[in-house]
Design a protein around this ligand. Structure first.
Ligand SMILES: [Cu+2]
Length: 249
């Protein structure tokens, strides 16, 4: 009896650890991914994302439209959480979904999609001087991300998030509410405007099918990430996010 139980728990641990790797192909070479960006926070923004992973590099294109013109739009590949886009009902009492409130869905910033010469690591997440500023943007860059991130992106774990909304229609980032990432910025400057999951192009699996069938698996994966301390937000905000989650419940 005891042996059986020990085997069972070992299997459970193996399942937890193995889940993120089991989702995709073994090699990161030549994998193509696509994603449709849809609005968050009623931003009116939308877009498409395309990526190709080759070795430790990711060639990525992000086309966006409907964003606030003349304002920097931070954009990143997030990884962690459930590997999904959040929904607006995850917002707190103010009704605006902040970046941290969306983190249980998309995780932390892993790649900052800056323009040259901006750096592309998580530390450049708010490098406002090097992000696109238009209402419509065509972004393209080849980024060396390292083997581990390349593999995760190839597996379909990446979520593209474009930030910056104009909730009050003033034509700029303003308001008293502070950003969940940087108190010196208004909430509008960093709240997510659009989000899209980077899925392997060759799988052609309908998104609805994955989500309908995988609800419990997604929850399980999230629990695993927490158990492994894997919800690294990349912005020093893990504790903050956890506090927000607690107070929201
Ligand atoms: Cu982001």
């Amino acid at each position: 009896m005891r042996t059986t139980r020990r085997l069972a728990s070992t299997a459970a641990i193996a399942a937890l650890v193995g889940l993120p790797l089991a989702a995709g192909p073994a090699s990161a070479d030549g994998h193509e991914l696509t994603g449709q960006l849809t609005q968050l926070n009623d931003s009116g923004a939308s877009g498409t994302a395309w990526a190709q992973v080759d070795g430790d590099q990711v060639h990525i294109k992000v086309d966006t439209q409907g964003l606030l013109a003349g304002s920097p739009h931070a954009q990143h590949i997030h990884i962690g959480g459930q590997g999904t886009c959040p929904t607006d009902d995850m917002a707190g009492e103010d009704g605006i979904l902040s970046t941290m409130e969306g983190a249980p869905a998309y995780g932390g910033v892993k790649v900052s999609l800056t323009q040259e010469p901006g750096k592309t690591d998580a530390g450049a997440a708010l490098d406002v001087a090097n992000f696109p500023t238009g209402a419509t943007n065509s972004y393209e860059r080849t980024i060396t991300v390292g083997d581990d991130l390349a593999q995760q992106i190839a597996n379909g774990d990446g979520v593209v998030v474009v930030h910056g909304i104009d909730a009050d229609g003033s034509g700029k980032y303003d308001g008293d509410a502070k950003s969940s990432l940087d108190e010196s910025l208004p909430l509008e400057a960093t709240a997510p405007a659009a989000c899209g999951e980077l899925a392997p192009a060759q799988m052609a699996m309908p998104q609805g099918g994955v989500e309908t069938g995988g609800t419990s698996t997604a929850g399980f994966e999230y629990a695993g990430a927490l158990a492994l301390g894997g919800l690294a937000l990349g912005l020093g905000g893990a504790g903050f996010a956890a506090n927000r989650l607690r107070t929201n419940r």
